[in-house]
Write a protein that binds this ligand. Structure first.
Ligand SMILES: *Cc1c(COP(=O)(O)O)cnc(C)c1O
Length: 423
């Protein structure tokens, strides 16, 4: 298997990209689904913007190499091929959860019998908090109005169960693309089609797929989407997020308006009557945090150069190889570990999730002690994300070998079962 790993690396067309990233020393970093690594290009664009501030002061808004005033719109356009957005439909603004509020408030209009939001019970907590908050803002009770599609196994969802819940009481469907815990990729095209057949708008959180899985938002007719940029898009901790709105909705009212959503040419007329830009830009709220956002310019350069289709192809090979190794190397029975990520390529995002009812946290700690960085998600999941741009097949081999030794030799017993604030 080691030889197979080395052979796979040898013929990997993306292998050259690894040297453009800063890999923490003596580390096998397989946590790009949580915080992607810094690239030389991202560092460069950040330093350039810092220098523009130093040398241009306020003139940077129009005279920066990429003028700060148009930064959010331009980065949105550059990222459009990753998700299949048409010009003006994607903007680089806000943060994931703020963008959820901005868009759900535009799309959620409970009326008559149609009062509910359909989500799912394994979604990311922040998304659920935001949906509940939006329901409360309408004077309604989340216990009544938030429908949660159930998971059959506690980890994954079934698209047809979700569709069966798209009833006449549903005013909005809001789902993840890739489930943050299990790594399942939902069939967004199918779900969009079924929601629209019932006249229900549908939005997605693509934080766990953007940069790893190509999407076709516009072709599929997705109404809106949000995604962060610090996972597979390698923007850095807390980097600005993306907001997508289908152009057929540009006329809709932004319900969390702010001056950066104003028609661009007239923003500095400083009028009190709000007139929103007829583009995703209309949903911007505040001045863009240009410094924090600046890494994305360099990072997108690399991603677009590699090509999202090639990234996806390698990512699937990496995760397929990881599963193969785990099945071969982990003690077969009695150890209780299972791969909970769906088996088929088209139902999987960029990471593999392993579950163990008792020892997942301790095994995760043991991996970290060996210089391997995966992550743990309560109560029982280890997530491993080999990233196409900077991980190798040989690293995947090393991760599986370490896992196998840790379990076989009961190395995990040396580690505490207590969770740190971030694990
Ligand atoms: C990463 C992630 C978030 C993070 O939200 P922030 O507002 O960026 O902190 C939210 N939802 C999902 C599904 C995520 O994967």
């Amino acid at each position: 298997m080691k030889n197979k790993a080395l052979a796979l690396d040898k013929k990997d067309p993306l292998s050259g990209f690894r040297s453009r990233f800063y890999i923490p020393e003596n580390t096998i970093y397989v946590d790009g689904n949580s915080l992607g690594l810094l690239s030389a290009e991202a560092e460069e664009s950040l330093l350039r913007v810092l220098d523009e501030w130093k040398t241009l002061g306020i003139k940077g808004w129009l005279q920066g190499k990429r003028p700060w005033f148009y930064f959010a719109e331009q980065i949105g356009d550059i990222a459009s091929p990753l998700v299949g957005a048409e010009p003006g439909e994607l903007i680089f603004t806000g943060t994931t959860t703020v963008n959820i509020h901005a868009l759900v408030s535009t799309f959620y209009h409970p009326k008559g019998k149609r009062t509910k939001i359909l989500a799912d019970e394994v979604n990311f907590p922040s998304d659920i908090y935001a949906l509940k908050g939006q329901i409360r803002q309408k004077g309604l009770d989340p216990a009544e109005e938030l429908l949660m599609a159930p998971s059959h196994d506690g980890y994954n969802l079934d698209e047809d169960t979700i569709v069966s819940m798209m009833t006449e009481e549903v005013a909005l469907v809001y789902l993840p693309s890739v489930l943050y815990a299990s790594g399942q990729l939902l069939d967004m095209e199918y779900l969009t089609k079924e929601a629209h057949r019932r006249n229900i708008p549908i939005g997605f959180d693509c934080s766990h797929s953007a940069g790893a899985v190509p999407h076709e938002f516009s072709k599929w007719g997705v109404d809106f989407a949000v995604f962060c940029s610090y996972k597979y898009l390698n923007g850095g901790p807390g980097c600005t997020a993306f907001l997508y709105i289908n152009k057929k909705h540009f006329h809709k009212e932004p319900m969390t308006p702010g001056w950066f959503g104003y028609v661009k040419e007239k923003q500095f007329d400083m009028l009190h009557e709000f007139e929103h830009a007829r583009s995703a830009g209309g949903w911007q709220i505040s001045s863009p945090g240009v410094l924090g956002a600046s890494t994305m310019e360099g990072s997108l350069k690399i991603i677009n150069e590699a090509g999202i289709e090639n990234i996806r192809e390698k990512s699937l090979k990496l995760t397929t190889f990881l599963k193969e190794l785990i099945r071969e190397m982990l003690p077969a029975t009695g150890d209780g570990f299972s791969i909970i990520t769906p088996e088929e390529d088209h139902r999987r995002g960029g990471h593999i999730a392993l579950a163990h009812p008792k020892i997942a946290l301790r095994v995760n700690e043991a991996l970290k002690a060996r210089g391997i960085v995966p992550d743990f998600r309560a109560p029982d999941i280890i997530r491993i994300a080999p990233v196409a741009l900077y991980n190798t097949f040989y690293e995947v081999f090393q991760v599986a070998a370490a896992l196998s030794e840790i379990i076989r030799n009961k190395e995990f017993l040396q580690y505490d079962n207590r969770r740190k604030p971030i694990s």
